[in-house]
Ligand binder design. Sequence first.
Ligand code: ADP
Length: 229
Amino acid sequence: MVSLQNVTRFYSSGTGEVRALDGVSLQLEPGAFATVTGPSGCGKSTLLNLLGGLDHPTSGEIHVAGIPLHGAGEAELTHYRRHTLGIVFQFFNLLPAMTVSENVELPLLLRGESASTSASRVSDMLALVGLSHRAAHFPGQLSGGEMQRTAIARALVGNPALLLADEPTGNLDSANAALVCETFSKIASQKIATLIIVTHSDLVAALAPVRIHMLDGKILSQSPAGPAL
Ligand code: ADP
């Protein structure tokens, strides 16, 4: 489902070459739940940008749901981001003038889905994240945890094969973080999408069956160990 083969991403800087990713290989099955941890500068954002179709590797191959991202052009990457990928950000990125329901519907509007398909999909996703009762509220009327669960519903509404989350609990207190963690665990147990969360939180990292730790652009450890490549 997610496959990286010897992926590198080098940047040239004034002082030489920065090896943001330095030979990363990874295989995740469909429906897998993985967390990625590691100190600042170890390459986590670079990895997310590559999986998110926002950047190209310097070398190596990246496949998500059979799509070769390493060789994809801009049009293919835009299609990939709209149809195969969902992303959850640390600061939610909800539109304040739109209701919860309208925020969740947005990716479907961008894809040109019919109103009736959209309405039932939005209501299913709000039920999944436990926010049906908040559908008509605006983001400013929600707790941080509710905002993040709205963002998760929006990321899943298009039925993506891969859900990426970048520090999803980084801006939440522990009670709200726990509720967001519960939502991710539910998504993983129902195998709604393959889930990769980048986190500094040990609690979040411990939720996942696959835990990847990075250092200096490399995967330092993966538990349980991945298949030999
Ligand atoms: P993390 O997300 O784990 O903090 P990053 O992926 O942001 O790590 O960065 C990995 C390394 O690549 C760091 O040394 C960073 O300074 C460098 N880097 C990231 N983006 C760029 C860029 N656009 N130009 C030059 N160096 C970069």
